[in-house]
Design a protein around this ligand. Structure first.
Ligand code: UDP
Ligand code: MG
Length: 313
């Protein structure tokens, strides 16, 4: 039997300082493992630090390397998607970050799990390096996400993982623009295996994923996999309307019992107005989140544009 072909997909945005070390470690991992043919798709996501030049030179010297260049910075998910589209034709793809936070040394374990019959292998973080606000955000996101959707998304998984050819075809067939990778991967299904690792600090540089982008990514995850926020709005409306009804009844009965309805009122009125106004604005906001996403989807713009030929992907 031919040795299986494994393709690595790595989105790269301003990782010039990491790339030589990344390449050294990737090559070492596969040199120690002679039983598969490997190649790598590097997606340059509009880097401005010379990453693309370095990769192009590497690609010219090494036939295992393919460089896909995007026409500008599109973001982590579109870059990853571009890489997965380019990776078709192999027996398995491994998706990993280029900043060495996902240790390449875990890849053999993933390949073993795949060879043992899993269609999808998830790398689960035993520990995280993020602290403070970022850490709190990650932890509470996974909790909220689990309670709002019934997708079996394993907590503490990111993009690091392996998909076999079948899972890749199914994944690449997903047309949506707002992409939440762990959710989509869980949606695709197939037999899952897990391998565990400790997340490293990034080797060099700063995260290109700003906190704002991460928040947007988290909202994408929730709004594209759950309708529960809409239902919560309905319940909120019912609650406020019920409250209003109860207050109305209370005053009607007081009146009927001949009691005076004299109260100073200003504070109550202002509080009620703010409460109702707030609930309405939140409701519109939630609707807007869905509407905005629907709008993005119906425009059907491509998710990314390739530099070399500006072809529609
Ligand atoms: N990345 C990308 N485009 C971006 C931001 C990041 O392709 O606009 C890449 C980056 O080079 C890295 C991976 O996506 O390989 C994860 O990004 P980062 O380390 O900045 O995110 P974090 O680790 O904070 O999630
Ligand atoms: Mg990182």
């Amino acid at each position: 039997m031919n040795p299986p072909r494994v393709t690595l997909v790595l989105p790269v945005f301003n990782e010039r300082a990491v790339l030589p070390e990344l390449w050294r470690r990737l090559a070492a991992v596969f040199a120690a493992r002679g039983d598969c043919r490997w190649s790598a798709v590097f997606v340059d996501d509009g880097s401005s630090d010379g990453s693309a030049d370095w990769l192009r030179t590497l690609g010219a010297a090494d036939p295992r390397v393919r460089v896909v260049e995007l026409s500008r910075n599109f973001g982590h998910q579109p870059a990853l998607t571009a890489g997965l589209h380019a990776a078709t034709g192999c027996d398995a793809v491994v998706t990993l970050d280029a900043d060495l936070q996902d240790p390449p040394e875990l890849i053999p374990e993933m390949i073993d799990a795949w060879r043992a019959g899993a269609g999808v292998v998830l790398a689960v973080r035993r520990s995280r390096r993020e602290h403070g606000l970022r850490r709190l955000g990650f932890d509470s996101f996974h909790r909220v996400f689990a309670s709002l959707t019934n997708l079996p998304v394993t907590a503490n998984t990111g993009t690091f993982g392996l998909m076999d050819a079948q899972a890749l075809v199914a994944f690449n067939a997903l047309p949506e623009r707002h992409r939440f990778f762990p959710g989509l991967r869980a949606w695709v299904g197939f037999r899952c295996a897990e391998v565990f690792y400790d997340r490293n600090d990034r080797f060099a540089g700063t995260p290109g994923q700003t906190l704002r982008r991460l928040v947007r990514y988290a909202l994408d995850g929730i709004f594209s996999f759950s309708h529960i926020p809409l239902r919560i709005v309905t319940y909120m409306g019912l609650l406020v309307a019920g409250g209003g009804f109860a207050i109305g009844l209370f005053f009607v009965f007081r009146r009927l019992l001949g009691q005076e309805i004299a109260f100073t009122g200003f504070t109550t009125l202002v509080t009620l107005m703010m409460l109702i106004g707030g609930v309405q604005l939140v409701a519109i906001g939630v609707l807007g989140e869905y509407l905005g996403r629907v709008y993005e989807e119906v425009k059907r713009r491509p998710l990314y544009v390739l530099k070399e030929d500006a072809r529609r992907p």
